[in-house]
Design a binder for this molecule. Structure first.
Ligand code: KIV
Ligand code: ZN
Length: 386
């Protein structure tokens, strides 16, 4: 039976904290509405203790969003948890997300503590937060660099204390897919009560493996993935949710999973986030880059025109884009030229293909990319001067 993968979006928390200019409340709200329309299950909207502005936007979004669980971040500190609950309590459904480092390097050189103290703080914070809600997520910060024994120990204790979701972040993007999958497998094999919680993953992209690591974790049994739209986030970013979501859909055969996402909203959500965060999308970005569904070489264009599946593993329509794009370049063949002429309303008898194709190639060699208006002009001029 196919398993649901819960989509936890942290564009407004982990993504926003990396922006050069903070988003205003109304901008965050626009993104939250886009995420709600996209159908994500949980929106992490901020870190309420961090500033009055963050508190206000968490509260505003908590009030407005009706169809997703609204989540706020807190350290294992009573005051953080109180403020997070205060900002979130107006929501129909809310989650408190508590985190604490579990790797030796973070415990010793960041917190100046030992592992037993980390365990005590974890148990206290989870039990304390439960007075506000049952929906508690606990994150083992820097889990990717935590020993398996310590990770299993703290995860088991966090579940016993009442955390309903356990998140395994690869905070510094250090893991590789096979190894990260093995960490998840170890949790499932070594912790007897593991089924009492949802296992989540949260991968960063420092080595460019955030999406690969998330997919490996799903294959190993993780049931929630965290990430951001367009992969924005600290340093090299978080796992790009649109990539994970489409991988789950397109490789359903392999992953045996599904999400509740409305895929046709992916393109619009990506554009909204890019524009409001002022982060352009690279043209070759998977799924949402402007080149992701365009075909340039003659062989590919001919193949696409015969059967789109020759070079398309998913359709642009499936993410809410209107149509395929065949770029006219010096590598384009007659099939692409004909396709563009037809798109502009011309039939074969309206122009001389041999002549047009010849002068098209001359222009394409000079210009690189030829546009429809160039092609139309070329089709009906008498002479073309080199
Ligand atoms: O990367 C990380 O470890 C985090 C935690 C707060 C979940 O963002
Ligand atoms: Zn993170």
């Amino acid at each position: 039976m196919k398993q649901q993968v819960i989509i936890f979006d942290t564009t407004l928390r982990d993504g926003e904290q990396s922006l050069q200019t903070s988003l205003q409340v109304n901008e965050k709200l626009q993104i939250a509405f886009a995420l709600e329309k996209l159908g994500v299950d949980i929106i992490e909207v901020g870190f309420p203790i961090s500033s009055p502005g963050d508190f206000k936007s968490v509260r505003t979004i908590a009030q407005q969003i009706k169809n997703c669980i609204v989540c706020g971040l807190a350290r294992c500190i009573d005051k953080d948890i109180d403020i997070a609950a205060e900002a979130l309590k107006i929501a129909q459904n809310f989650r408190i997300h508590i985190f604490l480092p579990t790797s030796n390097i973070h415990i010793r050189s960041k917190l100046k503590k030992n592992f037993n103290q980390i365990i005590e703080m974890t148990v206290h914070a989870i039990q304390y937060a439960r007075k506000y809600t049952d929906d508690i997520e606990f994150s083992c910060e820097d889990a990717g660099r935590t020993s398996i024994d310590n990770l299993c120990r703290i995860v088991e204790i966090a579940i016993q204390a009442g955390a309903k979701t356990i998140n395994i972040p690869d905070t510094v993007g250090y893991s590789t897919p096979y190894q990260f999958g093995e960490i998840i497998t170890a949790l499932y094999t070594k912790i007897p009560i593991i089924d009492k919680a949802i296992i989540s993953v949260h991968c960063h992209n420092d080595l460019g493996m955030a999406v690969g690591n998330s997919i490996a974790a799903i294959q190993a049994g993780a049931r929630q993935v965290e990430g951001t739209i367009n992969g924005i986030g600290e340093r090299a970013g978080n796992a790009a949710l649109e990539e994970i979501i489409m991988a789950i859909k397109i490789r359903e055969d392999l992953l045996n999973s599904y999400t509740n996402i409305h895929h046709k909203e992916i393109y619009n959500t990506s554009k909204t986030v890019s524009q409001l965060c002022n982060i352009p999308i690279p043209s070759n970005k998977a799924i949402v880059g402007s080149n992701a569904f365009s075909h340039s070489s003659g062989i590919h264009q001919d193949g696409i025109l015969k059967n789109r599946k020759n070079y398309e593993i998913m359709t642009p329509e499936s993410i809410g884009l209107k149509k395929i794009q065949l770029n006219l370049t010096p590598r384009s063949g007659r099939a692409a030229v004909k396709y563009h002429m037809k798109k502009m309303g011309y039939q074969d008898k309206d122009y001389n293909m041999d002549k047009l194709y010849n002068i098209f190639l001359q222009l394409a060699d000079k210009k690189g990319r030829v546009f429809d208006y160039d092609l139309e002009a070329l089709a009906f001029i008498d002479n073309f001067n080199e």
